[in-house]
Design a protein. Sequence first.
Length: 476
Amino acid sequence: MKKIETIEPEMLSKIHRASLKILEETGVLFHHDEVLEIFKYHGANVQGKLVKLSPELVETIMEKVPTTFIWKARNEIYTRTLGDGYLLQPAAGAVKVHDLDGQIREGTLKDYANFQKIYQAGDIYDLVGMIPVEPKDVDPKLKHLYMMYEILKHTDKPVNGFMTTGNQAKAQLDMMEIAVGGQKIFESNHYMAVSIGVTTPLTYSWDPLETMLAYVKRNQVPTILCAPLAGVTSPYSMLGTAVLQNAEILAGIVLVQLLRPGHPVVYCPSAVAANMRTCGFSTGAPESMLINIANIQMGLDYYHIPVRAMSGFTDAKIPDFQAGAETMQNLMLGMLSGAHLLNESVGILDNILTVSYEKTILDGEIISRIKRISQGISGVDRDFCVESIQRVGHSGSYLTESMTVKNCRNRWTPTTSFWGSQEDWEKTGAVDAAHRANQIACQLLSDAPDFRIDTGLDGELLRYIEYESQLISDRI
Protein backbone atom coordinates (compact mmCIF):
# COMPACT_ATOMS: atom_id res chain seq x y z
CA MET A 1 0.00 0.00 0.00
CA LYS A 2 1.02 3.59 -0.51
CA LYS A 3 2.27 4.98 2.78
CA ILE A 4 0.59 7.86 4.61
CA GLU A 5 2.26 11.24 4.12
CA THR A 6 1.53 14.65 5.64
CA ILE A 7 3.77 16.92 3.55
CA GLU A 8 4.56 17.24 -0.14
CA PRO A 9 7.85 15.67 -1.36
CA GLU A 10 9.25 19.09 -2.27
CA MET A 11 8.99 20.14 1.40
CA LEU A 12 11.62 17.61 2.46
CA SER A 13 14.58 19.55 1.07
CA LYS A 14 13.20 22.74 2.66
CA ILE A 15 13.05 21.08 6.09
CA HIS A 16 16.57 19.77 5.56
CA ARG A 17 17.93 23.21 4.67
CA ALA A 18 16.16 24.82 7.62
CA SER A 19 17.66 22.18 9.92
CA LEU A 20 21.14 22.81 8.53
CA LYS A 21 20.71 26.53 9.24
CA ILE A 22 19.84 25.74 12.88
CA LEU A 23 22.83 23.41 13.25
CA GLU A 24 25.28 25.87 11.69
CA GLU A 25 24.08 29.12 13.24
CA THR A 26 22.42 28.17 16.55
CA GLY A 27 24.13 24.87 17.30
CA VAL A 28 23.48 22.15 19.87
CA LEU A 29 24.68 21.89 23.47
CA PHE A 30 26.58 18.71 24.37
CA HIS A 31 27.27 18.26 28.09
CA HIS A 32 30.09 15.73 27.77
CA ASP A 33 33.82 16.50 27.55
CA GLU A 34 34.79 13.45 25.48
CA VAL A 35 32.05 14.21 22.97
CA LEU A 36 33.21 17.82 22.65
CA GLU A 37 36.75 16.60 21.93
CA ILE A 38 35.41 14.28 19.22
CA PHE A 39 33.63 17.17 17.53
CA LYS A 40 36.74 19.38 17.78
CA TYR A 41 38.93 16.66 16.27
CA HIS A 42 36.64 16.42 13.25
CA GLY A 43 36.53 20.13 12.60
CA ALA A 44 33.22 21.20 14.14
CA ASN A 45 32.90 24.71 15.55
CA VAL A 46 33.02 24.08 19.31
CA GLN A 47 32.43 27.01 21.66
CA GLY A 48 32.48 25.74 25.23
CA LYS A 49 29.67 23.16 25.28
CA LEU A 50 28.04 24.55 22.14
CA VAL A 51 28.69 22.65 18.91
CA LYS A 52 27.93 24.15 15.51
CA LEU A 53 27.97 21.85 12.50
CA SER A 54 28.61 22.93 8.94
CA PRO A 55 26.19 21.81 6.22
CA GLU A 56 29.09 20.09 4.43
CA LEU A 57 29.95 17.99 7.50
CA VAL A 58 26.33 17.00 8.12
CA GLU A 59 25.60 16.04 4.52
CA THR A 60 28.84 14.07 4.15
CA ILE A 61 28.08 12.20 7.38
CA MET A 62 24.49 11.35 6.45
CA GLU A 63 25.68 9.50 3.37
CA LYS A 64 27.50 7.02 5.63
CA VAL A 65 24.44 5.79 7.56
CA PRO A 66 23.35 2.29 6.44
CA THR A 67 19.79 1.75 5.25
CA THR A 68 19.34 -1.49 7.20
CA PHE A 69 21.03 -3.60 9.85
CA ILE A 70 20.67 -7.10 11.26
CA TRP A 71 19.34 -7.12 14.83
CA LYS A 72 20.75 -10.35 16.19
CA ALA A 73 18.84 -12.55 18.60
CA ARG A 74 20.31 -15.22 20.87
CA ASN A 75 17.85 -17.59 19.20
CA GLU A 76 18.53 -17.25 15.47
CA ILE A 77 14.89 -17.78 14.49
CA TYR A 78 14.10 -14.38 16.04
CA THR A 79 16.91 -12.43 14.34
CA ARG A 80 15.40 -9.54 12.39
CA THR A 81 16.40 -6.92 9.80
CA LEU A 82 15.60 -3.35 10.77
CA GLY A 83 14.86 -1.19 7.74
CA ASP A 84 12.84 -3.80 5.86
CA GLY A 85 9.21 -3.85 7.01
CA TYR A 86 8.45 -2.99 10.62
CA LEU A 87 9.27 -4.37 14.06
CA LEU A 88 7.33 -3.90 17.29
CA GLN A 89 9.11 -2.61 20.38
CA PRO A 90 7.82 -3.12 23.93
CA ALA A 91 6.45 -0.48 26.25
CA ALA A 92 8.97 1.81 27.90
CA GLY A 93 8.98 4.36 30.69
CA ALA A 94 5.90 3.51 32.75
CA VAL A 95 6.11 3.86 36.53
CA LYS A 96 2.78 2.18 37.34
CA VAL A 97 1.06 -1.01 36.30
CA HIS A 98 -2.61 -1.72 35.61
CA ASP A 99 -2.52 -5.24 36.95
CA LEU A 100 -4.50 -8.42 36.31
CA ASP A 101 -6.79 -7.62 39.26
CA GLY A 102 -7.72 -4.26 37.74
CA GLN A 103 -5.66 -2.25 40.24
CA ILE A 104 -3.29 0.59 39.33
CA ARG A 105 -0.18 0.42 41.51
CA GLU A 106 3.57 0.74 41.51
CA GLY A 107 5.43 -1.82 39.43
CA THR A 108 7.58 -4.61 40.83
CA LEU A 109 10.40 -6.73 39.49
CA LYS A 110 7.87 -9.56 39.10
CA ASP A 111 5.79 -7.30 36.83
CA TYR A 112 8.91 -6.45 34.86
CA ALA A 113 9.67 -10.16 34.37
CA ASN A 114 6.02 -10.90 33.49
CA PHE A 115 6.01 -8.40 30.64
CA GLN A 116 9.22 -9.91 29.28
CA LYS A 117 7.54 -13.33 29.35
CA ILE A 118 4.54 -11.98 27.43
CA TYR A 119 6.77 -10.29 24.82
CA GLN A 120 8.65 -13.55 24.39
CA ALA A 121 5.51 -15.69 24.07
CA GLY A 122 3.50 -13.53 21.69
CA ASP A 123 4.11 -13.87 17.96
CA ILE A 124 3.10 -10.24 17.44
CA TYR A 125 5.99 -8.95 19.59
CA ASP A 126 9.31 -8.83 17.72
CA LEU A 127 11.55 -7.46 20.46
CA VAL A 128 12.04 -7.61 24.22
CA GLY A 129 13.67 -5.52 26.93
CA MET A 130 13.33 -1.79 27.61
CA ILE A 131 11.59 -0.72 30.85
CA PRO A 132 7.89 -1.55 30.46
CA VAL A 133 7.53 -0.63 34.14
CA GLU A 134 9.94 0.63 36.78
CA PRO A 135 10.43 -2.03 39.47
CA LYS A 136 9.98 -0.01 42.65
CA ASP A 137 10.82 -2.92 44.94
CA VAL A 138 14.47 -3.02 43.82
CA ASP A 139 17.33 -0.79 44.99
CA PRO A 140 17.55 1.96 42.33
CA LYS A 141 21.33 1.61 42.24
CA LEU A 142 21.02 -2.09 41.37
CA LYS A 143 17.80 -2.32 39.35
CA HIS A 144 19.62 -2.17 35.97
CA LEU A 145 21.36 -5.43 36.88
CA TYR A 146 18.19 -7.22 37.89
CA MET A 147 16.18 -5.94 34.93
CA MET A 148 18.86 -7.14 32.52
CA TYR A 149 18.95 -10.48 34.31
CA GLU A 150 15.17 -10.90 33.90
CA ILE A 151 15.45 -10.10 30.18
CA LEU A 152 18.16 -12.72 29.65
CA LYS A 153 16.47 -15.26 31.92
CA HIS A 154 13.08 -15.14 30.20
CA THR A 155 13.71 -14.21 26.55
CA ASP A 156 15.87 -14.97 23.52
CA LYS A 157 14.52 -12.38 21.06
CA PRO A 158 16.46 -9.23 20.01
CA VAL A 159 17.00 -6.96 23.01
CA ASN A 160 16.32 -3.29 23.62
CA GLY A 161 18.53 -1.91 26.35
CA PHE A 162 17.58 1.08 28.47
CA MET A 163 19.13 4.50 28.78
CA THR A 164 20.89 4.89 32.14
CA THR A 165 24.19 6.26 33.40
CA GLY A 166 27.44 5.19 31.78
CA ASN A 167 28.41 2.52 34.33
CA GLN A 168 24.92 1.04 34.18
CA ALA A 169 25.04 0.94 30.38
CA LYS A 170 28.34 -0.91 30.59
CA ALA A 171 26.78 -3.49 32.90
CA GLN A 172 23.91 -4.15 30.46
CA LEU A 173 26.41 -4.70 27.67
CA ASP A 174 28.62 -6.90 29.85
CA MET A 175 25.70 -9.14 30.75
CA MET A 176 24.63 -9.53 27.14
CA GLU A 177 28.22 -10.30 26.21
CA ILE A 178 28.26 -13.07 28.81
CA ALA A 179 24.95 -14.44 27.50
CA VAL A 180 26.05 -14.64 23.85
CA GLY A 181 29.41 -16.24 24.55
CA GLY A 182 32.06 -13.54 24.86
CA GLN A 183 33.42 -10.28 23.50
CA LYS A 184 34.29 -11.44 19.99
CA ILE A 185 30.84 -12.72 19.06
CA PHE A 186 29.11 -9.87 20.90
CA GLU A 187 31.03 -7.06 19.22
CA SER A 188 30.80 -8.75 15.81
CA ASN A 189 27.00 -8.42 15.86
CA HIS A 190 24.30 -5.92 16.72
CA TYR A 191 22.57 -7.64 19.65
CA MET A 192 21.25 -4.55 21.42
CA ALA A 193 19.80 -1.14 20.67
CA VAL A 194 19.12 1.71 23.07
CA SER A 195 17.17 4.97 23.01
CA ILE A 196 19.33 8.07 23.31
CA GLY A 197 17.14 10.96 24.43
CA VAL A 198 17.62 14.57 23.40
CA THR A 199 16.59 17.29 25.84
CA THR A 200 14.57 19.62 23.65
CA PRO A 201 15.42 22.29 22.70
CA LEU A 202 18.84 21.51 21.19
CA THR A 203 20.57 19.86 24.17
CA TYR A 204 22.24 16.50 24.82
CA SER A 205 22.91 15.82 28.49
CA TRP A 206 25.67 13.67 30.00
CA ASP A 207 23.79 10.43 30.76
CA PRO A 208 22.43 9.73 27.26
CA LEU A 209 25.77 10.69 25.72
CA GLU A 210 27.64 8.36 28.05
CA THR A 211 25.20 5.58 27.19
CA MET A 212 25.63 6.31 23.47
CA LEU A 213 29.42 6.10 23.74
CA ALA A 214 29.24 2.81 25.64
CA TYR A 215 26.94 1.22 23.05
CA VAL A 216 28.64 2.49 19.90
CA LYS A 217 32.15 1.62 21.09
CA ARG A 218 30.95 -1.99 21.49
CA ASN A 219 29.16 -2.07 18.12
CA GLN A 220 25.63 -1.82 19.48
CA VAL A 221 22.99 0.47 18.04
CA PRO A 222 21.73 3.87 19.25
CA THR A 223 18.27 5.13 18.36
CA ILE A 224 18.29 8.93 18.49
CA LEU A 225 15.09 10.05 20.17
CA CYS A 226 13.71 13.51 20.80
CA ALA A 227 10.25 14.23 22.18
CA PRO A 228 9.52 17.94 21.77
CA LEU A 229 6.28 19.27 23.20
CA ALA A 230 4.88 21.43 20.41
CA GLY A 231 3.99 24.86 21.75
CA VAL A 232 6.03 24.42 24.94
CA THR A 233 9.54 23.05 24.28
CA SER A 234 9.28 23.44 20.51
CA PRO A 235 7.41 25.77 18.14
CA TYR A 236 3.61 25.65 18.05
CA SER A 237 3.77 25.19 14.27
CA MET A 238 3.81 21.53 13.28
CA LEU A 239 6.53 22.04 10.70
CA GLY A 240 8.47 24.27 13.09
CA THR A 241 8.59 21.33 15.49
CA ALA A 242 9.48 19.01 12.59
CA VAL A 243 12.46 21.24 11.74
CA LEU A 244 13.64 21.38 15.35
CA GLN A 245 13.47 17.65 15.98
CA ASN A 246 15.10 16.94 12.63
CA ALA A 247 18.03 19.18 13.58
CA GLU A 248 18.31 17.53 17.00
CA ILE A 249 18.30 14.03 15.54
CA LEU A 250 20.82 14.94 12.84
CA ALA A 251 23.23 16.23 15.50
CA GLY A 252 23.13 12.87 17.28
CA ILE A 253 23.54 10.92 14.05
CA VAL A 254 26.61 13.00 13.16
CA LEU A 255 28.17 12.14 16.51
CA VAL A 256 27.53 8.41 16.01
CA GLN A 257 29.18 8.50 12.58
CA LEU A 258 32.18 10.43 13.89
CA LEU A 259 32.61 7.74 16.53
CA ARG A 260 32.19 4.84 14.10
CA PRO A 261 31.72 5.65 10.39
CA GLY A 262 29.03 3.54 8.72
CA HIS A 263 27.55 2.47 12.05
CA PRO A 264 23.78 1.81 12.09
CA VAL A 265 21.60 4.37 13.80
CA VAL A 266 17.84 4.87 13.96
CA TYR A 267 16.05 8.19 13.35
CA CYS A 268 13.34 8.58 16.02
CA PRO A 269 10.89 11.51 15.84
CA SER A 270 8.62 11.50 18.89
CA ALA A 271 6.95 14.91 19.06
CA VAL A 272 3.76 15.46 21.03
CA ALA A 273 1.32 18.31 20.46
CA ALA A 274 0.89 19.93 23.87
CA ASN A 275 -2.51 20.25 25.49
CA MET A 276 -2.56 24.04 25.32
CA ARG A 277 -5.14 24.29 28.11
CA THR A 278 -2.59 22.90 30.57
CA CYS A 279 0.71 22.99 28.62
CA GLY A 280 0.79 19.29 29.41
CA PHE A 281 1.83 16.12 27.62
CA SER A 282 -1.13 14.69 25.66
CA THR A 283 -0.36 11.66 23.53
CA GLY A 284 -3.89 11.20 22.21
CA ALA A 285 -3.80 14.32 20.03
CA PRO A 286 -4.01 13.59 16.27
CA GLU A 287 -1.59 16.47 15.61
CA SER A 288 1.27 14.59 17.29
CA MET A 289 1.45 11.92 14.63
CA LEU A 290 0.93 14.48 11.85
CA ILE A 291 4.16 16.14 12.99
CA ASN A 292 6.00 12.85 13.33
CA ILE A 293 4.92 11.56 9.93
CA ALA A 294 6.57 14.61 8.35
CA ASN A 295 9.80 13.57 10.09
CA ILE A 296 9.26 9.93 9.19
CA GLN A 297 9.13 11.08 5.56
CA MET A 298 12.46 12.87 6.13
CA GLY A 299 14.09 9.71 7.45
CA LEU A 300 12.62 7.38 4.83
CA ASP A 301 12.58 9.47 1.66
CA TYR A 302 15.29 12.09 2.17
CA TYR A 303 17.96 10.40 4.30
CA HIS A 304 17.08 6.76 3.47
CA ILE A 305 17.85 5.44 6.94
CA PRO A 306 15.97 3.30 9.50
CA VAL A 307 13.14 5.19 11.21
CA ARG A 308 11.23 4.67 14.44
CA ALA A 309 7.82 6.04 15.42
CA MET A 310 6.25 6.40 18.85
CA SER A 311 2.92 4.75 18.24
CA GLY A 312 0.76 2.87 20.75
CA PHE A 313 0.05 5.53 23.32
CA THR A 314 -3.07 7.12 24.80
CA ASP A 315 -4.17 9.53 27.53
CA ALA A 316 -6.72 6.97 28.81
CA LYS A 317 -6.24 5.65 32.37
CA ILE A 318 -7.77 2.20 31.81
CA PRO A 319 -8.29 -0.01 28.71
CA ASP A 320 -11.56 1.67 27.68
CA PHE A 321 -13.02 3.15 24.47
CA GLN A 322 -10.66 6.14 24.64
CA ALA A 323 -7.68 3.82 24.95
CA GLY A 324 -8.78 1.82 21.92
CA ALA A 325 -9.57 4.84 19.76
CA GLU A 326 -6.36 6.75 20.52
CA THR A 327 -4.15 3.68 20.32
CA MET A 328 -5.67 2.61 16.99
CA GLN A 329 -5.19 6.16 15.70
CA ASN A 330 -1.54 6.32 16.69
CA LEU A 331 -0.61 2.77 15.75
CA MET A 332 -2.29 2.98 12.36
CA LEU A 333 -0.63 6.29 11.50
CA GLY A 334 2.76 5.01 12.67
CA MET A 335 2.57 1.68 10.88
CA LEU A 336 1.07 2.99 7.64
CA SER A 337 3.60 5.85 7.51
CA GLY A 338 6.29 3.30 6.69
CA ALA A 339 8.24 3.54 9.94
CA HIS A 340 10.49 0.52 10.51
CA LEU A 341 10.33 0.41 14.30
CA LEU A 342 7.17 1.00 16.34
CA ASN A 343 7.94 2.13 19.87
CA GLU A 344 5.54 2.11 22.84
CA SER A 345 3.56 -0.27 20.66
CA VAL A 346 1.72 -2.26 23.33
CA GLY A 347 0.20 -1.80 26.76
CA ILE A 348 0.63 1.93 27.29
CA LEU A 349 -1.88 4.02 29.29
CA ASP A 350 -1.93 7.48 30.89
CA ASN A 351 0.60 9.20 28.64
CA ILE A 352 3.26 6.49 29.20
CA LEU A 353 2.90 6.58 33.00
CA THR A 354 1.10 3.22 33.22
CA VAL A 355 1.46 -0.13 31.46
CA SER A 356 -1.41 -2.62 31.37
CA TYR A 357 -1.37 -6.40 31.08
CA GLU A 358 -4.78 -6.44 29.39
CA LYS A 359 -3.94 -3.64 26.98
CA THR A 360 -0.70 -5.39 26.01
CA ILE A 361 -2.85 -8.20 24.64
CA LEU A 362 -5.55 -5.92 23.20
CA ASP A 363 -2.96 -3.84 21.38
CA GLY A 364 -1.59 -7.02 19.85
CA GLU A 365 -4.93 -7.43 18.08
CA ILE A 366 -4.88 -3.80 16.90
CA ILE A 367 -1.43 -4.35 15.46
CA SER A 368 -2.56 -7.56 13.79
CA ARG A 369 -5.47 -5.70 12.17
CA ILE A 370 -3.20 -2.94 10.86
CA LYS A 371 -0.68 -5.46 9.55
CA ARG A 372 -3.48 -7.04 7.53
CA ILE A 373 -4.65 -3.65 6.25
CA SER A 374 -1.09 -2.73 5.25
CA GLN A 375 -0.85 -5.84 3.07
CA GLY A 376 -3.59 -4.46 0.86
CA ILE A 377 -5.15 -6.65 -1.83
CA SER A 378 -2.68 -9.25 -3.03
CA GLY A 379 -2.31 -12.85 -4.13
CA VAL A 380 -5.50 -14.76 -4.83
CA ASP A 381 -7.58 -11.69 -3.88
CA ARG A 382 -6.49 -9.97 -7.10
CA ASP A 383 -8.27 -12.57 -9.24
CA PHE A 384 -11.31 -11.07 -11.04
CA CYS A 385 -13.04 -14.48 -10.89
CA VAL A 386 -14.98 -13.87 -14.13
CA GLU A 387 -15.31 -17.59 -14.87
CA SER A 388 -16.50 -18.28 -11.34
CA ILE A 389 -19.07 -15.45 -11.52
CA GLN A 390 -20.40 -16.82 -14.82
CA ARG A 391 -20.48 -20.38 -13.52
CA VAL A 392 -22.43 -19.53 -10.36
CA GLY A 393 -24.76 -17.26 -12.29
CA HIS A 394 -27.80 -15.63 -10.70
CA SER A 395 -28.81 -17.81 -7.79
CA GLY A 396 -25.93 -20.04 -6.76
CA SER A 397 -23.43 -19.91 -3.88
CA TYR A 398 -19.69 -19.40 -3.90
CA LEU A 399 -19.13 -21.51 -0.78
CA THR A 400 -18.27 -24.61 -2.79
CA GLU A 401 -16.15 -22.84 -5.40
CA SER A 402 -12.59 -24.22 -5.41
CA MET A 403 -11.06 -20.85 -4.57
CA THR A 404 -13.29 -20.52 -1.50
CA VAL A 405 -12.56 -24.06 -0.33
CA LYS A 406 -8.80 -23.63 -0.73
CA ASN A 407 -8.58 -20.22 0.96
CA CYS A 408 -11.46 -20.03 3.45
CA ARG A 409 -9.15 -20.35 6.44
CA ASN A 410 -6.85 -17.54 5.30
CA ARG A 411 -8.99 -14.55 6.26
CA TRP A 412 -7.91 -12.47 9.26
CA THR A 413 -9.49 -13.42 12.58
CA PRO A 414 -9.37 -11.65 15.96
CA THR A 415 -7.60 -12.75 19.12
CA THR A 416 -9.62 -10.88 21.75
CA SER A 417 -12.68 -9.50 19.94
CA PHE A 418 -15.75 -11.74 19.82
CA TRP A 419 -17.32 -12.62 16.48
CA GLY A 420 -20.60 -14.49 16.78
CA SER A 421 -24.21 -14.23 17.84
CA GLN A 422 -25.39 -12.76 21.13
CA GLU A 423 -26.48 -16.25 22.14
CA ASP A 424 -22.98 -17.60 21.57
CA TRP A 425 -21.48 -14.63 23.41
CA GLU A 426 -23.70 -15.31 26.42
CA LYS A 427 -22.73 -18.99 26.39
CA THR A 428 -19.06 -18.00 26.65
CA GLY A 429 -19.71 -15.86 29.72
CA ALA A 430 -20.92 -12.55 28.22
CA VAL A 431 -17.53 -10.96 28.90
CA ASP A 432 -15.89 -8.06 27.11
CA ALA A 433 -12.63 -7.99 25.17
CA ALA A 434 -10.62 -6.72 28.16
CA HIS A 435 -11.75 -9.75 30.19
CA ARG A 436 -10.69 -12.09 27.39
CA ALA A 437 -7.34 -10.27 27.18
CA ASN A 438 -6.91 -10.79 30.91
CA GLN A 439 -7.47 -14.53 30.46
CA ILE A 440 -4.96 -14.68 27.60
CA ALA A 441 -2.33 -12.84 29.64
CA CYS A 442 -2.86 -15.17 32.59
CA GLN A 443 -2.51 -18.20 30.33
CA LEU A 444 0.68 -16.88 28.70
CA LEU A 445 2.24 -16.32 32.11
CA SER A 446 1.11 -19.73 33.36
CA ASP A 447 2.66 -21.41 30.31
CA ALA A 448 5.94 -19.48 30.39
CA PRO A 449 8.96 -21.51 31.56
CA ASP A 450 10.79 -20.40 34.69
CA PHE A 451 14.09 -20.17 32.79
CA ARG A 452 15.19 -19.92 29.17
CA ILE A 453 18.87 -20.18 30.10
CA ASP A 454 20.88 -23.10 31.45
CA THR A 455 22.17 -23.29 35.00
CA GLY A 456 25.72 -22.51 33.91
CA LEU A 457 24.78 -19.19 32.30
CA ASP A 458 22.42 -18.40 35.15
CA GLY A 459 25.24 -18.83 37.65
CA GLU A 460 27.61 -16.70 35.59
CA LEU A 461 25.09 -13.86 35.39
CA LEU A 462 24.35 -14.02 39.12
CA ARG A 463 28.08 -13.89 39.89
CA TYR A 464 28.40 -10.84 37.67
CA ILE A 465 25.49 -9.17 39.52
CA GLU A 466 27.16 -9.94 42.85
CA TYR A 467 30.46 -8.50 41.60
CA GLU A 468 28.88 -5.32 40.24
CA SER A 469 26.76 -4.88 43.37
CA GLN A 470 29.89 -4.97 45.49
CA LEU A 471 31.59 -2.37 43.27
CA ILE A 472 28.55 -0.11 43.59
CA SER A 473 28.52 -0.59 47.35
CA ASP A 474 32.23 0.26 47.56
CA ARG A 475 31.67 3.52 45.60
CA ILE A 476 28.96 4.72 47.97
